[in-house]
Structure formats: structure tokens, C-alpha cells
Design a protein around this ligand. Structure first.
Ligand code: AHM
Ligand code: MG
Length: 290
């Protein structure tokens, strides 16, 4: 239906993602093999990535008011309805963890408008974490203002609210992606400092690493690299939704030079350096990179 309240559409979209999460999870055991070919970012694709993408396209296409579906696994957005709301997903974030049986997630960004969109156009964001327990973390509302809640996702795809998330005042964990020799010198100097204060917790799936920051406080980043000045993570599917969630939970996000939510959207698969965490740690990062 066209013209529905974008926040109501976002709630339907999050319900739809939770509803298929058990099916995504149940489909993983037989889909740990790589397929031929690459995704639009030039990365190898697992059978599980394609499976999750197809389930999510169908579920979100059926959600009331969702007009456009876009995914990290597809070159272009798909028209799935007549609403103005666009939903961008990373169907299986961290899917290279599948072989080693480590956590992975599904990331969801709900934008009021066409893609590519600015993080300021987000009306909701969330993620499903396929950990020892299947949970969803989500917020609905204006960037910086929405409450961020954690839900238990039941076997039937229902969401049971567990409570609000707010970054603890005393940070304890850090994790940064990319190879250390590929880190710019100013970023490496910043890491030297935080290593003296925090405990390393890096798992190679952004969503699991961000979840640790939300639970224990700290900082996660996939920085600009010498070989990749825009880093690895994608603005529409990864950078914007985690920036929204961490900022709404009382933290900060940064490209190294201001909030990720202020980055101009120029392409569906554009990459962006991502740093999120407690405000003081992100402010020190910005000072170190200035
Ligand atoms: P993916 O969406 O294709 O899984 O790639 C994104 C993932 C992030 O979850 C994680 O932070 C990063 O890639 C890890 O990359 P690397 O394996 O290069 O450390
Ligand atoms: Mg990803």
C-alpha cells in the first residue's frame, strides 16, 4: 500500500525478517559450500548467502508498504511493491564464518526513500544474530533518537522483547578488521593506545563484533586500509545500519571524519571506513586521524 507511515512499514519489515530468521538458520548446515562467481563487491558467494537473500526478498516483498528490496548480493535494487520505503539487507553478514562455525548475522536498514540513501533517511535498522541464541537488535525512529531493543527470536519467528540496550559507560572490548601491516600509521598508533586499556575481542563478523560493543562497551572498526582507502564494509547495507544502532544506543559512529550517517550516498555498493563505539573512544580516534 502506498503512503503508509514509514515507521509502521519498518515494524512490518523487522517482523518479516524475524519471521524468516529460523528458516535462514535451519538452512545453513547444508549450504556451507562456495558457488561459482562473485557478488557485486567482488567477493566469493556461499550457497547460504544466496539462500538467505532469496528468503529475505520474498519475506520483505510480502511486508506491507515495502517498495524496494536491495541486497549486498544483487547488483541493483528490486521493485517489490508500491510503497516509498526501501529495505537494504546484508543477508548473511560474516558468512565466511560458516566454514569455522562462528557467529553470523542478517543486517537490515530501512530507508524512507529511494536507494542509495543517506543514513539520515533511515527510519529503522536492526540485525539478527545467529549466535548460541538467535536474537534481534532493532530500533525504529529518527536517527539518534530511537530506542534500541534486544529481542529473542523464537523457533516460530516471533520476537520476544528482552529489554533496551544502552552502551555501558565503562568500555571493555575492542576489535578492528583488516591486516595490521595494511593499517595507516595514524590508525595503528590509535590501536596501540586502546590496546593498553581494552581487551581484544574480534570475531570476523561485523554484527557479532558490534553486538559485543553494545553489550560490554568499547569500539569496533573496519578502518581505511593502505590498499583500500574506503575500507571493506558497505555504506547502505552495513555502515549506516550499525551507525544508526550504536548512535541510538548512546554511542558514536565515525568514518574517521564525522558520523557515518552524514556520508553522501553515491552508489548502492559504495564502501566506507566504519568505526563505532563509546563516544570518548570514537572521539579519540577522530583526533588521532585528524
Ligand atoms: P560479508 O558481508 O561478505 O560477510 O563481509 C563483511 C565482513 C564483516 O562481517 C566483517 O567485519 C568483515 O567482513 C571481516 O573481513 P575480514 O575477513 O577481511 O577480516
Ligand atoms: Mg557484511
Amino acid at each position: 500500500m502506498a503512503g503508509r507511515d514509514p515507521e509502521a512499514v519498518a515494524e512490518s519489515a523487522l517482523d518479516a525478517v524475524a519471521a524468516v530468521a529460523p528458516e535462514v538458520r535451519d538452512g545453513l548446515p547444508g549450504r556451507r559450500r562456495y558457488l561459482d562467481g562473485e557478488n557485486p563487491s567482488g567477493e566469493r558467494v556461499l550457497a547460504a548467502d544466496v539462500f538467505a537473500d532469496e528468503l529475505l526478498e520474498s519475506a520483505l516483498g510480502d511486508a506491507d508498504g515495502v517498495g524496494t528490496y536491495a541486497s549486498e548480493e544483487r547488483a541493483a535494487p528490486v521493485d517489490v511493491g508500491d510503497g516509498a520505503v526501501s529495505v537494504a539487507v546484508d543477508p548473511l553478514d560474516g558468512s565466511s564464518n560458516l566454514r569455522s562455525n562462528n557467529p553470523m548475522g542478517t543486517v537490515v536498514a530501512v530507508y524512507d526513500g529511494p536507494l542509495p540513501a543517506s543514513g539520515r533517511d533511515l527510519v529503522a535498522a536492526g540485525f539478527v544474530l545467529y549466535g548460541p541464541v538467535t536474537t534481534m537488535v532493532a530500533g525504529v525512529g529518527p536517527p539518534g533518537e530511537a530506542a534500541v531493543d534486544e529481542f529473542l527470536v523464537g523457533d516460530g519467528g516471533d520476537r520476544e522483547e528482552l529489554g533496551a540496550l544502552h552502551l555501558p559507560d565503562e568500555p571493555t572490548v575492542y576489535g578492528f578488521g583488516g591486516r595490521v601491516p595494511d593499517w595507516p600509521a595514524d590508525f595503528a598508533a590509535y590501536v596501540d593506545e586502546v590496546e593498553d586499556e581494552l581487551k581484544l575481542r574480534y570475531g570476523g563478523a561485523m554484527i557479532a563484533d558490534v553486538s559485543q560493543v553494545l553489550a560490554y562497551g568499547g569500539v569496533f572498526g573496519y578502518p581505511a586500509l593502505e590498499s583500500a582507502p574506503d575500507g571493506k564494509l558497505r555504506l547502505q547495507f552495513e555502515g549506516n545500519p550499525v551507525a544508526y544502532l550504536v548512535e541510538c544506543a548512546g554511542g558514536r559512529s565515525s568514518t574517521g571524519d564525522g558520523s557515518i550517517l552524514d556520508v553522501e550516498a553515491t552508489g548502492l555498493h559504495q564502501r566506507v571506513p566504519v568505526h563505532v563505539g563509546n563516544a570518548a573512544l570514537v572521539e579519540r580516534l577522530e583526533a588521532a586521524l585528524a
